[in-house]
Write a protein that binds this ligand. Structure first.
Ligand SMILES: Nc1ncnc2c1ncn2[C@@H]1O[C@H](COP(=O)(O)OP(=O)(O)OP(=O)(O)O)[C@@H](O)[C@H]1O
Length: 303
């Protein structure tokens, strides 16, 4: 018998979210099919719709139209589906008056698949004192506690909304390292929103760029990097840009382009793009045409 394929981590069709009757459009006609087993980086400017997408994925809010499935079912479809998803919200919420140990006890009571030994091992590895109240922990320690609680549920999908934003670089590195270890140990998928592209580069193998409520780019990070290039403009020459590319963005030094002719055949220098150049290129393009309807290129990017 052929092995059964895991359902996509996230599958969205025409997913649209508007807050209030005439409220701001937070997500517009989002189409996504993210395979399982990936660590997904969700990036985009402030107000792009990242938290909205993550909240929809956790079942914390409902779409206005369109559909979304998470691990093959509607978000938070039932108690067993809830147990398959771990969520760490933007401000890594913990109960200030509860100790670290009380958080673990509460986690064990509320989650049937709670992995006590994983929770206790991680708490000791990251040096948290079980008797300390969560309200007295530093931002980094709180983030580690929230991550441990989410992971000890042994979810198939971990969802993080800017979990490391407030952490100093050292605490962030520790947090990201733990996140990577958990994903490997649990064999889970993860979605991770951040403004810190270095963090995304460090842990993610799948990238989603969301700007102005629309998906601009989505796919395997390595494929996306391989499918784009930076063309360096020859000094002092105008009209240098070769044709046959989709131009994503231009600046004084050249252009970020997608697809096209083999680099050796071009009359200019060609360099690989970095993740930062790629993301900023798509963000710049979206900022230049903020309300443009999805172009053929965008639709291609969404596939
Ligand atoms: N509960 C809400 N009620 C009304 N509007 C909302 C609500 N939550 C978000 N919005 C609006 O929806 C849009 C998308 O917000 P969202 O928080 O999803 O963006 P984001 O990409 O997560 O932003 P940031 O990077 O600043 O956290 C914004 O215009 C925001 O003002």
């Amino acid at each position: 018998m052929a092995p059964t394929e895991s359902p996509p981590t996230l599958h969205a069709e025409g997913l649209t979210k508007r807050y209030g009757r005439r409220g701001r459009l937070a997500l517009s006609d989002v189409n996504l099919a993210v395979p399982s087993g990936r660590v997904i980086g969700l990036v985009g400017p402030n107000g792009a719709g990242k938290s909205t997408l993550l909240h929809l994925a956790c079942g914390l809010t409902e779409p206005t139209s369109g559909s979304l499935t998470v691990l093959g079912s509607p978000p938070a479809a039932n108690a067993s589906h809830l147990a398959r998803v771990g969520f760490v919200a933007q401000n890594t919420p913990v109960y200030g008056s509860f100790t670290v140990a009380e958080h673990l006890k509460l986690g064990a009571t509320m989650n049937p698949a709670w992995d006590r030994s994983l929770a206790e091992r991680r708490i000791s590895q990251v040096g948290l004192n079980p008797t300390q109240r969560a309200g007295q922990l530093s931002g980094g320690q709180r983030a580690q506690l929230a991550l441990t609680i989410a992971a000890a549920k042994r979810p198939e999908l971990l969802i993080f909304d800017e979990p490391a934003a407030a952490l100093d670089p050292l605490a962030r590195r520790g947090f990201l390292h733990s996140l990577g270890e958990f994903v490997r140990e649990l064999g889970a998928s993860a979605v991770f929103s951040s403004h810190l592209l270095g963090d995304i580069e460090q842990v993610c193998d799948y990238l989603i760029v969301l700007c102005d409520s629309r998906i601009q780019l989505a796919g395997d990070t390595r494929d996306l990097l391989a499918g784009h290039a930076r063309l360096i403009s020859p000094r002092g020459e105008s009209g240098w840009m070769p044709t046959g590319f989709e131009v994503i963005s231009t600046d004084h030094s050249g252009a970020i382009v997608r697809g096209g002719t083999a680099p050796e055949a071009l009359p200019c220098r060609v360099e690989p793009v970095t993740l930062e150049e790629l993301v900023l290129g798509y963000m710049a393009r979206a900022a230049a045409v903020p309300t443009a309807p999805a172009t053929a290129a965008v639709r291609r990017a969404q596939r």
